[in-house]
Design a protein around this ligand. Structure first.
Ligand code: 13P
Length: 250
C-alpha cells in the first residue's frame, strides 16, 4: 500500500499563495512514486485547488467539518459541502480542535458520522500531551480517544478511517517522537482495533505519524512498516521540503 503523505496547512496562506504552493507540488507529480498525497488547505481554497489540480494525483481535504448536515448554523461548513468541492478527505480530532475549541468525543463522533455519510475519508487524530506522558498516562489517553470511535462505528465504516498519531508535545515544537515511541503508539492503536474487530482489521488499519515531521526525519519514520504515512504541519508550507518528504516515501 502507498504511504499517505498529508499536508495540514492550518490557518496559513491566502488563496493565491496556497494555490502557488499546491501547483509547485503538483508540477512534481511524476516523482510521487510510492506516495498518495493529500493537501488540507483552509476551506476557502478547496474549490480552486480542485479545479486547478484536476487530473493530477493530488487529493484535497478539509481541516474540520460540522456535526450537522445543514441548517441555520452560521459559519459552519458541512461534510456534504466539503465533498461538493471535490475534496476526498477530512481531518477530525486534531489536538488544536480538541484543546483550543473544546471538541470532545461525542462531538467528534457526530462529525465522523457526517463525514462518512457524505462519502469522505476521515483522518482521525489522536495522541497524548506532555502531562499525560510525564504522569505515565500516555496509553490510557490514547485508549480513551480511540475507544470512543471504535465503539461508535462498524468495521465497514472504519474502513473509511485513517488514524493519525500526533503526540501533542511534538506538534510545532521541533521535537519528533523517536521511531520507537511512534511505533509503540501505532502498535498499541492497532491492537485496540484487533481486539475490537479482529486480526485483519487491525493489520489493515492505516496509521500516520504527525508532529515535527521534516525532510530530515521523514525517511526514517516512513521506513517503518507500522507507519502508513505522515501528517505534516509546518514543513508542508514549503513546497521544496514537502516534496522531499513525499520522495522519502520511496
Ligand atoms: P508540525 O508538523 O508543524 O509539528 O504540525 C503537525 C500537525 O499538527 C499536523 O496536523
Amino acid at each position: 500500500m502507498k504511504k499517505l503523505i498529508a499536508g495540514n496547512h492550518k490557518m496559513f496562506t491566502g488563496v493565491k499563495e496556497g494555490l502557488a504552493l499546491a501547483s509547485e507540488i503538483a508540477r512534481n507529480a511524476a516523482d510521487f512514486g510510492n506516495a498518495q498525497v493529500v493537501l488540507f488547505p483552509p476551506f476557502t481554497h478547496l474549490c480552486v485547488f480542485h479545479e486547478q489540480l484536476q487530473g493530477l494525483p493530488l487529493e484535497t481535504g478539509a481541516q474540520n467539518c460540522s456535526d450537522m448536515p445543514e441548517g441555520a448554523f452560521t459559519g459552519e461548513v458541512s461534510a456534504g459541502m466539503i465533498k461538493s468541492t471535490g475534496a476526498t478527505h477530512v481531518l477530525l480530532g486534531h489536538s488544536e480542535r480538541r484543546t483550543l475549541f473544546g471538541e470532545g468525543h461525542e462531538l467528534l463522533c457526530r462529525k465522523i458520522n457526517q463525514a462518512l455519510d457524505a462519502g469522505l475519508q476521515v483522518v482521525y487524530c489522536f495522541g497524548e500531551n506532555l502531562q499525560d506522558m510525564e504522569e505515565g498516562h500516555r496509553f490510557s489517553k490514547i485508549e480513551e480517544q480511540l475507544q470512543a470511535v471504535f465503539e461508535s462505528f462498524s468495521q465497514d465504516e472504519l474502513d473509511h478511517l485513517v488514524l493519525a498519531y500526533e503526540p501533542v508535545w511534538a506538534i510545532g515544537t521541533g521535537k519528533t517522537a523517536s521511531l520507537h515511541e511512534a511505533e509503540e503508539a501505532h502498535a498499541f492503536a492497532r491492537e485496540l482495533m484487533r481486539n475490537k474487530y479482529g486480526t485483519d482489521a487491525g493489520n489493515e488499519l492505516r496509521i500516520l505519524y504527525g508532529g515535527s515531521v521534516k525532510a530530515t526525519n521523514a525517511r526514517e519514520l516512513l521506513s517503518s512498516s507500522e507507519i502508513g504515512g505522515v501528517l505534516v504541519g509546518g514543513a508542508s508550507l514549503d513546497a521544496a521540503e514537502f516534496l522531499q518528504i513525499i520522495q522519502a516515501a520511496g
